[in-house]
Ligand binder design. Structure first.
Ligand code: ADP
Length: 399
């Protein structure tokens, strides 16, 4: 069996998995691991292999130290890079800008190009580059592949991708809708026709990726025609801690009236808003517990979330003309029957009839939750971004 090492390098953490690209979405990876608190006095690395979790607590100076420890731990478990048939290293990379519309074999030039895109993703691309550089040093004999979060949306129709911002300013600053979570939207929308036994070219889809971050997309015959995230992952749906779409005038108002700096407004919109900013919690399990206790703020937060979600569903129904499937995925989408029910309540006139029992039945497999006579088929399909990255990396490595 051959494997791909999938690396998701963040500013203070590295998530990694060793994945068989031929496995299915519900299979567990051979190994999954997390290096946490890089650069802090108490670092931690944990690796799960064969159902057992192995922890090690020690300071981890930087990404290099973190990845070295991870490889050493894999070696000690007998699944190190030289002990298994490792065919590629896949790197989750957030922003591919207009340079990359698909996965790419990493060369020095590609690293330089990802570096050039840092202004578009100042929080994410530097950490991704750290992971790439360290992994290329530690595992030089393997093909390394960058898989971009923006990739799937590189060919959005111009009218969907263009903001009505002054054209010269927008062009000079690479301002356009890029979209994110592309690996998940592509993976899930690729599963749907297979589950239904239909040809991808004839299925019009809405995909709702509802995790801590959340985004949705309208997909016609396999190609996205619109998506809710924009220049940055702040736009679109209400999220765990992010605002989603708001009146941009609020920025000027906070700057002028509240004397807030751009840095403060950035933190407010990205980390202290969304469900958390309205209710005090960002996990939907806690949110429902609060609603059951009669907490009005929690109830309002949920209603605001659902209202925004329905705005997007409605607008994508119009954009597609005819909708065949609506698919829920990611932490909230896969697990929260209340969100799914509220998002699609009362849409029988549009051919959407959710079956309450199918919707509420706990299940980890891909499944249909509408009645047999619903014109639109609503599904829950678990996403698996690591597997998708592994598959793409294996494909590129084989070329
Ligand atoms: P991320 O965007 O961090 O990858 P995930 O897709 O893992 O997020 O989603 C995490 C979120 O999923 C949690 O914050 C929580 O709101 C939600 N979630 C996870 N499990 C459940 C559950 N059983 N019921 C309701 N919501 C859940």
């Amino acid at each position: 069996m051959s494997y791909v090492l999938v690396i998701n390098s963040g500013s203070s953490s590295i998530k990694f998995q060793v994945v068989d690209p031929a496995s299915t979405a519900s299979d567990t990876p051979l190994v999954s691991g997390l290096v946490e608190k890089i650069g802090e006095p108490r670092g931690k690395i944990s690796v799960t292999y064969a159902g057992q979790k192995h922890d090690s607590n020690q300071p981890i100076r930087d990404h290099r130290g973190g990845l070295q420890l991870a490889v050493a731990m894999l070696d000690s478990l007998g699944v190190g890079p030289t002990q298994i048939d490792l065919i590629a290293v896949g790197h989750r990379t957030v922003h591919g800008g207009q340079t990359f519309s698909g996965p790419v074999l990493i060369t020095d030039e590609v690293v330089a190009q990802i570096r050039d895109l840092i202004p578009l993703a100042p929080l994410h691309n530097p950490a991704n580059i750290d992971g790439i550089e360290v992994a290329r040093d530690l595992l030089p004999g393997l093909p390394h592949v960058a898989v971009f979060d923006t990739g799937f949306f590189g060919d959005l129709p111009a009218a969907a991708a263009t903001y009505a911002v002054n054209r010269e300013v927008a062009e000079a600053n690479q301002i356009r809708r890029y979209g994110f979570h592309g690996t998940s939207h592509e993976f899930v929308s690729g599963q749907v026709p297979k589950i239904l036994g239909r040809d991808a070219s004839e299925v019009n889809q809405i995909v709702l990726h509802l995790g801590n971050g959340a985004s949705c997309s309208a997909i016609k015959g396999g190609a996205p025609i619109d998506t809710s995230m924009g220049l940055t992952p702040l736009a679109g749906l209400v999220m765990g801690t992010r605002t989603g779409d708001i009146d941009p005038g609020i920025i000027f108002h906070l700057y002028r009236q509240a004397g807030m700096s751009i840095v403060e407004i950035d933190a407010l919109f990205n980390r202290q808003s969304g469900i958390k900013g309205l209710s005090g919690v960002n996990d939907f399990r806690d949110l429902h517990a609060k609603i059951e206790e009669g907490d009005e703020n929690a109830k309002l937060a949920f209603d605001v979330y659902i209202t925004q979600l329905r705005r997007y569903i409605g607008s994508y129904m119009i954009a597609l003309g005819k909708v065949d499937t609506i698919t829920f995925t990611a932490g909230v989408g896969e697990n929260d029957a209340k969100t799914r029910a509220a998002a699609l309540a009362g849409l029988e006139n549009y051919g959407i009839v959710v079956d309450p029992e199918r919707n509420a039945a706990p299940n980890d497999d891909p499944r249909v939750i509408t009645t047999d006579d619903s014109t639109v088929t609503v599904l829950v399909v678990p996403t698996n971004e690591e597997l998708a990255i592994a598959q793409k990396s294996a494909e590129i490595a084989a070329q």
